[in-house]
Design a protein around this ligand. Structure first.
Ligand SMILES: [Zn+2]
Length: 340
């Protein structure tokens, strides 16, 4: 993977590069408790602000059109805090704007501003926020992260994940009172004075497994839910309540394709904010080879040798998972060469 700088996380995982696992800023978690931190950072001339909206990241005008091209490099539209400070200080009071402290790198503090997906009635249509929404191009994190620097990929992954949670949970799940952001955006406080709980995001782990047989063939499958009819990938599924990761790996593979697994080894993990999930990747050795697809989730599955894989890929008989997906890097690890 010569195109990319290695993440420090590569030291602990088999997969050397995962685009959404590139946290290179110092989180400075201890500072999040300081209630004046966001105001202090907004007044700091070095502070830069990343704009996120739903699952999208703001990039300079013109970059949006080229975002899906293979070799293109993208950069985020990072704004100096001075540009947005007065607006944020005023708007935060009336519009529940969420600002998140992402951390510091080379003495530059980074904030994320969550731009509401829809216009908010609390803000006039000619407000700076409306201008911000129309002044930049917006690129899906899944297209942005594989095509930018480790720093910006990490900032964008944190920003989209935390902002997405703040936007989706507006009321306390225990007492129903409104919530407000706290801990520099990383938590919420229930506004009910009798409850006043601090709430943190719940993450849903999912396992994703590359299965190889005794002849080192890879098991590839196509699921009904996938919108690209030629997409082939590896087995994945959510971990059930009360279940270990290892059990989830064996259960999912047995349920989906009827294959019994032997050794299971850890490959790496990456956050997947679109379902507030964490993808935990494994490689497993199959003890059996007879495939029985469930016909509900999985439409078809097949074993492929490297020769069959190479020929079918060259003939465009199937499509690989996107550059953002951990599955692509698991397939690449098995294949032994960069898949581009
Ligand atoms: Zn509550």
């Amino acid at each position: 993977m010569s195109n990319y700088s290695f993440s420090p996380l590569a030291l602990t995982q088999v997969l050397p590069f995962l685009p959404l696992s590139q946290a290179v800023v110092d989180y400075q978690v201890a500072r999040r408790d300081d209630p004046g931190l966001i105001d202090e950072l907004l007044a700091n001339p070095r502070t830069e602000i990343l704009l996120v909206c739903g699952g999208d990241v703001a990039v300079p005008r013109g970059q949006g059109e080229i975002a899906k091209r293979q070799s293109v490099k993208l950069r985020a539209a990072l704004l100096p805090a001075s540009y947005l400070r007065d607006f944020i200080v005023t708007a935060r009071k009336k519009a529940n704007l969420c600002v998140i402290f992402l951390g510091t790198r080379d003495s530059v503090p980074y904030l994320a501003l969550s731009v509401p997906v829809k216009s908010t009635a609390d803000l006039p249509p000619d407000s700076l926020l409306s201008q911000v929404r129309s002044r930049f191009d917006w690129v899906d994190l899944r297209d942005f992260a594989p095509r930018t620097s480790a720093l910006e990929a990490g900032l964008a992954t944190s920003g989209v994940t935390v902002a997405g949670w703040q936007a989706s949970q507006r009321y306390c799940p225990q007492c129903g009172a409104a919530v407000e952001p706290t801990n520099a955006g990383w938590a919420q406080r229930c506004t009910n004075p009798d409850h006043a709980a601090i709430l943190f995001p719940r993450i849903e782990p999912a396992v994703i497994t590359s299965v190889v047989d005794r002849d080192d063939r890879l098991l590839l499958q196509h699921n009904y839910a996938w919108k690209h009819p030629k997409l082939l990938s590896v087995s994945a599924g959510f971990v059930e309540a009360g279940e270990s990761l290892e059990h989830a790996v064996r259960r999912e593979t047995m349920e989906e394709v009827g294959i019994q697994l032997g050794d299971v080894t850890y490959m790496g993990s990456q956050p997947w904010p679109f379902q507030r999930s964490l993808m935990v990747a494994f490689k497993a050795r199959a003890l059996t080879t007879d495939i029985h697809v469930d016909g509900v989730e999985v439409e078809r599955a097949q074993w492929m040798s490297r020769e069959e894989f190479m020929r079918a890929l060259a003939d465009e008989e199937f499509e690989l998972p996107t550059k953002a997906a951990v599955a692509r890097y698991q397939i690449q690890e098995w294949f032994g060469q960069d898949l581009g």
